[in-house]
Ligand binder design. Sequence first.
Ligand code: B12
Ligand code: SF4
Length: 445
Amino acid sequence: MKLTLIKPNIGRREHSLYVDEGRMEPLPLGILAALTPPDIAVTLYDDRMEPIPYEEPTDIVGITVETFTARRAYEISAEYRKRGVTVVMGGMHAMLIPDEVAEHCDSVIVGDAEPVWAQMCEDFRAGRLQKRYNAVQPECPQTGIIARRDIFEGKGYLPITLLQFSRGCSHRCSFCASSVYFGAKHFCRPVQDVVNEIKSQKRKLLFFVDDNIVCEHEKAKELFRALIPLKVRWVSQGSMDMLADEELMRLMVKSGCLGLVIGFESISPQCINEMHKYTNRKASGDMYAHEIAELRRWGLQTWAAFTVGHDGDTIESIRATCDFAIRSKFTFAAFNILMPYPNTPLYERLEREGRLLYGGKWWLHEQYRFNYASIVPKNMTPDELTEISFDCRRRFNSAGSIFTRAFEPHTNMRTPYRFMTYLIYNPLFRKEVFKKQGLRFGLEN
Ligand code: B12
Ligand code: SF4
């Protein structure tokens, strides 16, 4: 029996396909492969850079679906089903709106695959595949399971190993899909499992794709202590309240942390309140002065994530956010338009207020393009929001800004390794910014 796993792309550029040059390993598919009974052969195809061979014989196809890849995932599924192949789907979008996903596949898994995947494989074999499997979120995710990384070989992924210590986050930012998926709860793997996973592969550069690795300080400390002897370098995502815990920060740095994606979101306290981002409440009022000084003290290279298009935002305030990011010499920054992901509190509020564009289903709409506004903002038009967010990305990633930001002695210039990282990844991300802007979802119109 053969299983084909698919990671869909977002879509296409106007006159050609889009190849993601900064692509990373699709971790969920490595986990699915590890959960699959050993007598089932597993193959991976990544639509971000290779064609899907629909004619290649396979018994069953598993597709991972995020909201921004849903349209493309449904197209791929339709191609396989046309050929009589069974398709199963799972992932963030399947969890958020399973009914929609169920219309496009033979079976949908709602939640984490771990508790139900082996059962699903057996049901398929026995000809009794169910239309839907609801997974109960395990307290300790991925227990005893190490992602199968052999399926990633030869695919040209960035040389960084993706893995997770924890899933979910106990905060409830109104726009966050993850918070809905995990019911604002945080679940940790046993530390020893993480250590075993690191030892099972050769790379020393790791990306913990946790939603918030420092969500529970004591558990994070336990992990960091265990990482110290492994002599790895790692990056992850974390909320800025971590900076108040000196011991946590000391262990984090000692364990090899190079930097984190941190949700700064906005420099306006009004916007921070509006999105219920309580971790940033106090800091935003002081324009994060203390936090930025602390990040420098610890030598962390920060990827500052901002969301733009809140009710308190104006074109000027968004422009000022970009100035702030350049002035702060962040290593990287993202200026994401506030997106109403289905089933989030943000989506529900904007729906009530009649402010959703594209009939509320931007992810399926043939006219919607990646990084375009899909809401009616308060203080500007949707087109102005699209334009100003792109302008922030363009300015932050301009050659002049990359040059200016490089000269931060505590972070980007801390060591030759840090400086090289800065110099390699900034131009790569700059290229992706321009290539991704305005991508259409899916291939067919
Ligand atoms: C790492 C990451 C990235 C990496 C990508 C890594 C990669 N491999 O390519 C980077 C930083 C590049 C990234 C970018 C973006 N990301 Co991102 N990312 C994540 C993050 C933090 C972890 C994903 C991950 O690997 N999780 C680990 C795996 C094991 O978990 P999982 O995917 O949930 O899979 C489990 C289950 O869902 C299920 N499952 C999953 N797939 C399948 C398939 C089948 C068949 C079955 C049965 C089960 C199943 O079983 C798995 C094992 O338990 C998530 C947050 C999250 N909690 O998922 C956001 C997240 C997926 N990203 C998000 C977004 C919005 C983006 C961007 C659009 C941001 C932007 N505006 O640019 C971009 C677009 C990416 C692109 N394609 O260009 C949102 C998506 C929201 C949504 N509704 O879809 C998330 C959920 C963040 C959030 N807090 O809301 N991202
Ligand atoms: S802190 Fe981050 S992961 Fe947690 S709810 Fe807010 S946006 Fe989501």
